[in-house]
Write a protein that binds this ligand. Structure first.
Ligand SMILES: Cc1cc2nc3c(=O)[nH]c(=O)nc-3n(C[C@H](O)[C@H](O)[C@H](O)COP(=O)(O)O)c2cc1C
Length: 271
């Protein structure tokens, strides 16, 4: 079992890497990633997500490459995120895959969530989907190049990949107008949620702390991958709660306070 501290450290150093060194992914390292994924419990009961490793050696008879439209360079190994369609399946999948990618970071691998800039057909040719399953996203798996390519740097600049919205504009107390104090029991977990990756760096997570309850909302219409983003944020939040010894459970409440421009998703009920 991986020490939770390693995953928390990974939250602090992780960033999307699009330029890879061409160093081959060792078999035992790939195996340890797959073992970690297999050991994870599904974050939301009733949902099912899994990963498959996809390798491309460039010698396929059809000559087709694992396409990322030139976004990823120097990497032949990818993890594919697959989930079974059901309620909250995409939130669960985002949460699950982020835990796997944080594990990858913790053992020195570089990763990058790809929801849009990959050629689905070339990946679908190399994985086996069961009925009801969908391929949601992929991530390259390898070692970061010494220097990012120009395209990589431009992409980071394009989405302001290093920037995050101010904490006080994401997370609130009371009626969503008060700030979350530095000493609030959930401060660290929310700070780590803020560090999460999101599609086009859209950061759709909003939360209101009400005593031991934290209500999570997403902003309306952020991106097609918003539910994956929400799951990723919840992974960072709940891992940090576990690390801090904060017990609780996720649940969906009825009649929650509504806020303009936000849609309620779920609540953390601490105990
Ligand atoms: C669900 C999801 C989908 C993403 N899809 C893409 C993508 O298609 N192409 C890409 O280059 N980056 C993609 N990203 C990476 C984001 O652009 C990146 O996480 C964000 O800019 C923040 O940068 P950071 O991960 O370095 O903190 C995606 C991220 C997430 C969470």
């Amino acid at each position: 079992m991986t020490d939770i501290k390693c995953l928390i450290d990974a939250i602090n150093v992780r960033k999307s890497v699009r330029s890879y060194s061409r160093r081959q992914l060792e078999e035992d390292i790939a195996d340890s990633v797959l073992r970690f994924a297999a050991s994870l419990e599904q974050p939301i009961s009733g949902c099912r997500a899994r990963v498959e490793l996809v390798h491309h050696d460039g010698n396929d008879a059809d000559g087709e490459k694992l396409g990322t439209y030139g976004v990823i360079t120097g990497c032949n190994d990818y993890l594919a995120l697959i989930y079974e369609e059901s309620d909250y399946a995409d939130v669960n999948a985002g949460w699950f895959f982020e835990e796997v990618l944080l594990y990858c970071t913790s053992i020195g691998l570089a990763t990058c969530w790809l929801g849009g800039t990959f050629k689905k057909s070339s990946f679908l040719n190399r994985i086996t989907l069961e009925p009801g399953e969908v391929l949601a996203a992929v991530s390259p798996l390898g070692y970061a190049a010494d220097k990012p390519t120009l395209r990589d740097r431009l992409m980071r600049m394009g989405v302001h990949g290093n920037r995050r919205i101010d904490f006080d504009r994401l997370f609130f107390c009371g009626d969503a107008e008060e700030r979350v104090n530095d000493g609030n029991v959930y401060r660290k977990a929310l700070e780590n949620m803020r560090k999460a990756p999101s599609s086009r760096n859209s950061q759709p997570w909003r939360a209101v702390v009400d005593g031991m309850t934290v209500r999570f909302y997403h902003i309306d219409g952020a991106s097609a991958f918003m539910m994956l983003d929400m799951g990723i944020g919840l992974a960072h939040f709940t891992l940090t709660c576990r690390d801090e010894g904060l017990l609780g459970a996720m649940m969906v409440e009825e009649d929650v306070p509504l806020h303009e421009g936000w849609t309620y998703l779920a609540s953390w009920q601490g105990f």
